[in-house]
Design a protein around this ligand. Sequence first.
Ligand code: CA
Length: 229
Amino acid sequence: MTRPADHPARILVVEDEPRLAAVLCDYLKAARHETEWVADGLRVPDVFRRWRPDLVLLDLMLPGADGVDLCRALRADSDVPVIMVTARVAELDRLLGLEVGADDYICKPFSPREVVARVGVVLRRYRRTGAAAPDGLQIDEPGCRAALHGRWLELTPVEFRLLRTLAGAPGRVWSRDRLMDHLYTDHRIVTDRTVDSHVKNLRRKLAEAGASGDPIASIYGVGYRFDME
Ligand code: CA
């Protein structure tokens, strides 16, 4: 039986090793996805425009173009989810951060099964984003206010923007840098500590309003993720 989470999607596989690409495509097809394979980074923008994938699996090290530049270019005019495939673990913070903006990463070496599972998770997360806000949470954009279980939260403007940003992409990992970019429109100097203290206050207010568990998970070394279902 197929769960609804396994809706077929179009997956663009950007990978310069043909054998690895073939295995990935086989596994993704077995999970009912459509795949298109591109080995040359320079062809990615064209194929992306023509084929309109639902998700891009992007190798970091490519001939012709750098995966980081490609991810940035995709991000510039699309919010397609991007999973970065890399052996450079030290760079993960940067990949997920504001500068590059990948949605998730897979470390090489990986099992194709793991890749298929991760693709499913990111697609589910992304589909949920476009749907209604998490259960019980109501965001009144024009009024700059939010309610949980029908009760208005007493939020400062920065806390409201924080909640709107996090809740707008449940399950997404946000670096502090990236969050700051959404919280402040001016270019004031803000430290990581400032973001942490806003998160702390928002957590407290959500808990007081009856949120179950802690909807804002701390991701060690990276930032935060909103997990309210
Ligand atoms: Ca490569």
